[in-house]
Each structure stands twice: as structure tokens, then as C-alpha cells.
Design a protein around this ligand. Structure first.
Ligand SMILES: C[S@@+](CC[C@H](N)C(=O)[O-])C[C@H]1O[C@@H](n2cnc3c(N)ncnc32)[C@H](O)[C@@H]1O
Length: 413
């Protein structure tokens, strides 16, 4: 049963959500004509506002306040061509693939972050002829630096390799080609999508749940760690799980597909279906998908007919996060992520989930500090410096990745 406290929290949450998701900016409201007498004609002749424009109006109103003087540069980033990363497929001929990517002057940003740990100035002195970043050639940070960045040393999987073009370089990757066995060498994705997976820090033999997995970029990154004993990859949408199947079959050998269980269930039910089960859970929720919303009319969350769905997004996100936390074992870790800049879909969801878990399920949760990500990956991404909980990657013309919000939660009991 939801307590009065949780119910009033939900009410305030819904009110704030309504304000953010529904209200367009002032001028739009000021000139809405009266609908009397000729209602039919009015309805048929008034031009429809494109969803992308409505999205931008809502963002201008909300993010202008949330980010202040940073908003104009984030806005230009959102409206400009995004940058990609090439996630190397360790199940293909990875050596050949990394050589090819390095010939194009792309760099493995995860490898580069090791240089930041060892010597913050060394990235500026980066030499494109560095050897391949295979796990065998991985060098451990020296003792004093290990003390400076303690979590980093134990929490970045050396097996994940993701190549990007350096800051300011807007070159594009070619689509990956299949090798002789028909396996693709790399997967193109927003490089910021790899950060939630790195934050999850999968350990050897872990049982892993990817609650909202399709089309599968993060699932594939989770599998590159080589650490999953079993991986449950779920997505409510049957058509999108079809895409997930296709991605996994194009990138993994058949034997490995056996450790993956793909389902199309409602993730909100997971807390009841398989509670206290997983070592690691990724909750990469549906969101306003801000970059997509200002660029593409297709499948846009700001379409008129999706207004109700949009209004209910933070509630859905909250339920998915609570289900993911309940599916984790006591002592397990969960990463919550979105590709939105909205505080209502990011920090507020995390805060409400922590309250609800404590009140309704007697589960205590601790937010893990990920601020070392900011130091390690500063040469690749533009981080928002004022995130209260978790980390947020901001789109920026010189490093046009994201938005990507991620927050790591540790289940205490
Ligand atoms: C941001 S996308 C996930 C992207 C994916 N993790 C990746 O990296 O490719 C969110 C996904 O949540 C799915 N979804 C929406 N409602 C859901 C629910 N109730 N349970 C599970 N999945 C849901 C959507 O179909 C969508 O594919």
C-alpha cells in the first residue's frame, strides 16, 4: 500500500511533470485563438505545429532555467550533427578492427582515460601510434595515482574499447563490414552510451539484467566485458526486441547467444517476477530522447497523440527503476540512465525511487560517487558540473555526444 507521504510526493511529482511536459512556451499560449462559432473550420485550417518545434519550445522554457547561460551552447549542440563512437566487437577480429580505426586517427577514449589517470597532461601529448589497447597490454595506474582515483582502478572494464574522433574532429565512421564469419567488427553508437555500462562495472561471473535493452547497444557493450555469466535482455516492445535479436546475431558467435535470454515483458513487473536475483541491473529507461525530439518528426515523443504518454514518462521511469532495484540482490548495483537533460526524468526519479523503496519495500539504497568519470573522460565528453546525483553529459559543438544521464545505486539490504 502506498503511504500518504509517498502519495503526496507522487502528486507533486505529477504536477511538476505536467508543467514541464505539457506547457509550451509563453508566446504560443498568448496567441491561441478563441474556439467558438466556426470550430470546424478553425480546426481544419490551423497549421499543426511540428513536434520538433514544440519540443524545442518546451526545452527552451525548461532548460533555459535549468542550465542558465549554458543552455545556448547545449541547444546548438542538440541541433547539430551528433558524433558517434565505434564500439569494438571483441568477438570479431578485434586486432584488425582496432588497427583500421587507428589508421583513421580515431582513438579509444577508454584507453585514453588511463593516460589521464597516470598523467593528466599526457593526453595532450597523445601519439596516434600507440599500441593496440588489448587487455594484455593494459598498464595499471601507479600507486600514488591509484590513491588519487581509487574507484577508477577497479571499476573500468579493460575489455570495452570504444573509438571516437578527438574533440573538434567531426569525421564520420564508415558502416562496419562483416568478417569472413559474417560477424561485424564494430557497432556505431553515441559514445556516451558506453558510460552507464562502464559505471555498472560488471565483474566476472555476474548475473546481469538489462531491463530496457532494445535495440541493444548497451547490451552489446555489457557482453564485451566478457564477464556476464548470464544476461537477461528485456524490452517491452516486440518489434524492438526483434532488432535486439538481429544485433546480437550480427555481432556474437552462436555459443555466446546462449548466455543471453531475450524477453518482451513489462519491466515494471520484474520486481515481482525475479526479485533479489541479479548482481548488476541496467535500467536504461524510455525518455523524451531530447536529441531525437528536436531533429526527427518520426516517432517523436512530442507528437500530439503522445501527450499522455509523455506526461506519464517520469512515473514509468520511477516504476522501472524501483523494479530494477528490487530485481537486484542485496549488495547488488543498479545503473539508471536516460538520454534526456530533464531533471524531472533524471535526479527526481532517482530521489523518488529511493524514497519509495525505503517506505514501501524497506530497501535502503546508496548513490555511488561517479565524479571520477568527469576527470577521466574530460578529454572526450562535456560534463555538466552541477549534477546533484549522478553524472550528465551535455551536447557541445566540440564534443557532440549525449545528452546522457547516468546514476549508480548500491542496494544495501
Ligand atoms: C532508451 S531505450 C533503450 C535503449 C537500449 N538500452 C540501448 O542501449 O540500445 C528504452 C526502451 O525501453 C522500452 N520500454 C518502454 N517501456 C518499457 C517497459 N514497461 N518495460 C520494458 N521496456 C520498456 C522501449 O521499448 C525502448 O526500447
Amino acid at each position: 500500500m502506498v503511504t500518504a507521504h509517498a502519495a503526496s510526493g507522487k502528486k507533486l511529482f505529477l504536477h511538476l511533470l505536467w508543467k514541464e511536459a505539457v506547457l509550451p512556451s509563453g508566446p504560443f499560449f498568448a496567441f491561441v485563438p478563441c474556439r467558438h462559432k466556426h470550430k470546424k473550420k478553425w480546426a481544419t485550417t490551423t497549421p499543426r505545429m511540428p513536434s520538433t518545434r514544440l519540443a524545442l519550445q518546451v526545452f527552451d522554457m525548461n532548460y533555459g532555467v535549468q542550465f542558465g547561460s549554458l543552455w545556448p551552447s547545449i541547444r546548438i549542440g542538440l541541433l547539430s550533427e551528433q558524433k558517434y563512437g565505434a564500439l569494438v566487437n571483441n568477438y570479431s577480429d578485434a586486432q584488425k578492427v582496432t588497427e583500421h580505426l587507428e589508421e583513421m586517427h580515431a582513438v579509444d577514449f577508454i584507453w585514453e582515460s588511463q593516460n589521464v589517470v597516470q598523467d593528466p597532461d599526457s593526453v595532450a601529448k597523445h601519439d596516434a601510434s600507440k599500441p593496440n589497447s588489448s587487455p594484455e597490454t593494459w598498464t595499471k595506474p601507479s600507486e600514488p595515482q591509484a590513491r588519487l582515483f581509487p574507484s577508477f582502478c577497479t571499476s573500468i572494464s579493460p575489455n570495452i574499447k570504444c573509438y571516437t574522433f578527438p574533440k573538434g574532429d567531426i569525421s564520420l565512421f564508415h558502416p562496419a563490414r562483416p568478417d569472413i564469419l559474417g560477424i561485424l567488427g564494430y557497432y556505431l553508437l553515441d559514445a556516451a552510451s558506453v558510460l552507464p555500462v562502464l559505471a555498472l562495472n560488471v565483474q566476472p561471473d555476474d548475473l546481469v539484467l538489462d531491463l530496457c535493452a532494445a535495440p541493444g547497444g548497451k547490451t552489446l557493450a555489457l557482453l564485451q566485458t566478457g564477464c556476464c555469466r548470464k544476461l537477461a535482455a528485456n524490452d517491452l516492445s516486440v518489434s524492438r526486441t526483434g532488432r535486439l535479436h538481429h544485433v546480437l546475431h550480427s555481432y556474437l558467435p552462436k555459443e555466446l547467444c546462449n548466455i543471453v535470454r531475450i524477453t518482451s515483458w513489462d519491466g515494471r513487473k520484474w520486481g515481482d517476477l525475479e526479485k533479489n536475483t541479479y548482481d548488476r541491473v541496467l535500467v536504461d529507461v524510455p525518455c523524451t530522447n531530447d536529441r531525437h525530439s528536436v531533429i526527427e518528426e518520426d516517432n517523436n515523443m512530442f507528437m500530439r497523440m503522445r501527450k499522455g504518454e509523455r506526461q506519464m514518462l517520469p512515473m514509468l521511469q520511477l516504476e522501472l527503476l524501483v523494479a530494477g532495484m528490487r530485481a537486484a540482490k542485496p549488495g547488488g548495483n543498479v545503473v539508471y540512465s536516460t538520454c534526456s537533460l530533464s531533471q524531472l526524468q533524471n535526479e527526481y526519479v532517482v530521489e523518488r525511487a529511493m524514497e519509495l523503496l525505503a517506505i514501501q519495500y524497506d530497501i535502503n539504497v546508496q548513490v555511488e560517487d561517479l565524479s571520477y568519470f568527469r576527470k577521466c573522460f574530460q578529454n572526450t565528453f562535456s560534463f555538466y558540473p552541477d549534477c546533484r546525483l549522478g553524472e550528465l553529459i551535455l551536447p557541445h559543438l566540440t564534443a557532440n555526444f549525449g545528452p546522457m544521464y547516468f546514476c549508480k545505486l548500491h542496494r544495501l539490504n
